[in-house]
Design a protein around this ligand. Structure first.
Ligand code: ATP
Length: 372
């Protein structure tokens, strides 16, 4: 059993920086949790608390059901992989992987078997004889992971392990991690500030801000139902459009009013919001860039927006628009049906009528920042 359980962890560094403000978290055996958040939100500190490299001021850390607050890092069954590979460059890959095993006093046969097993897992058998300093960044990172896995950890903690690799290698290594993940039985916590990486790898994501977890759930849950404006703006690339809007009542119907654009919410949703007393409320409307519809300018019930510039990315085009209510980004995958062919001329200054479906709208209270 290798479950990690954290209960109400607080940590303030000397000098008064509060890095963790009451974090509770559970990672099951065989589960891969992406710990995501902006720089300085406390991700590394949390990882170090699990590893035992940092002592929490209060709160409990359990590994495999055992309270480990007072257990030495080396006795926690935890392996760490950092963004710097931490290899001894003059030693062979084999010797690097064997190093922590020797320190534990394993026999030559046991070391040999463990090194080969994790080398097979990371597909680096042919690199074992080479000096670490001669290997590429991606190869070094694989050796460093093999070294972590050779100790057969029940908990694997990774802190931005791919951030020193170039874009291409990062994508390759991400695929390898995905296939490795299926074969690992450990509970894995993977720290990253890259939301694409967190979404691609994580069975679940815990999104942190300012030392607390803002939302936790599957990547799809965080994308489709962000519980507040912070998560809405953080998950998704390009980020969700967030604009000031209003809810207006007409009889039993409720309309989202975004400047000159409006969309009826539908009776069920309207009833729910009416019960909460939402109409008349100033809201923040969240619309994913791929959910905006671009119609010819002047189309009824649309928001007039002007094209500032277009980014052609091959498979999609991102249109950066300016409206009286603020900036917007629209993702367009095909120009058919886009403003009746209006997107054909993507010169800055082109005008569009921006439309949206109420079903695609994420509504947040302006006051509390929470999802309505
Ligand atoms: P990044 O993504 O930039 O690595 P992070 O989310 O991992 O950031 P932490 O490294 O955990 O964040 O830092 C959380 C807060 O604690 C930051 O404000 C940081 O400046 C502070 N901090 C981290 N380590 C120490 C330390 N040893 N002493 C004092 N303050 C620290």
């Amino acid at each position: 059993m290798a479950e990690i359980k954290l209960e109400n962890i607080f940590k303030t560094y000397e000098g008064g920086v509060r890095a963790l403000g009451g974090v509770s978290l559970r990672v099951k055996e065989g589960e891969f949790l992406s710990l995501l958040g902006p720089s300085g939100c406390g991700k590394t500190t949390l990882l170090r608390v699990i590893a035992g490299l940092e002592k929490p001021d209060s709160g409990e850390v359990y590994i495999g059901g055992r309270l480990v607050n007072d257990t030495e890092p080396s006795k926690r069954g935890v392996a760490l992989v950092f963004q710097s590979y931490g290899l001894y460059e003059h030693m062979s890959a084999f010797e690097n992987i064997a190093f922590p095993l020797r320190a534990r006093g394993l026999s030559k046969e046991e070391i040999d078997a463990a090194v080969r097993e994790s080398a097979v897992l990371l597909e680096i058998e042919e690199l074992l004889g080479r000096r670490a300093g001669e290997l590429s960044g991606g190869q070094q990172q694989r050796v460093s992971m093999a070294r972590a896995l050779a100790c057969r950890p029940s908990v694997l903690l990774m802190d931005e392990p791919l951030s020193n690799l170039d874009a291409r290698l990062r994508t390759d290594m991400r695929l390898e991690l995905l296939s490795l993940k299926k074969r690992l039985k450990a509970a894995v916590v993977y720290v990253t500030h890259d939301q694409d990486e967190a979404m691609a790898l994580g069975d679940r994501i815990a999104l942190m801000e300012g030392g607390t977890i803002k939302q936790e759930g599957s990547p799809a849950e965080l994308y489709e139902r962000p519980t507040d404006i912070f998560t809405a703006g953080f998950i998704g690339s390009p980020a969700m459009n967030l604009l000031e809007a209003r809810l207006e009542r007409e009889g039993e119907e409720l309309f989202i009013v975004l400047g000159s654009a409006r969309a009826a919410l539908g009776s069920k949703r309207a009833r729910e919001l009416l019960e909460k007393g939402a109409p008349g409320e100033e809201i923040i409307l969240g619309l994913r860039p791929e959910r905006l519809r671009l119609l010819p300018p002047g189309s009824p019930d649309t928001l007039l927006a002007e094209l500032e510039y277009a980014e052609m990315l091959g498979g999609e085009t991102r249109l950066h628009l300016v409206s009286p209510l603020g900036r917007l980004i629209a993702r367009v995958f095909s120009f058919e049906g886009c403003a009746g062919g209006h997107c054909g001329g993507l010169a800055p200054g082109a005008l569009f009528g921006v439309d949206f479906e109420a079903g695609d709208a994420h509504l947040f209270s302006k006051e509390t920042q929470k999802r309505l």
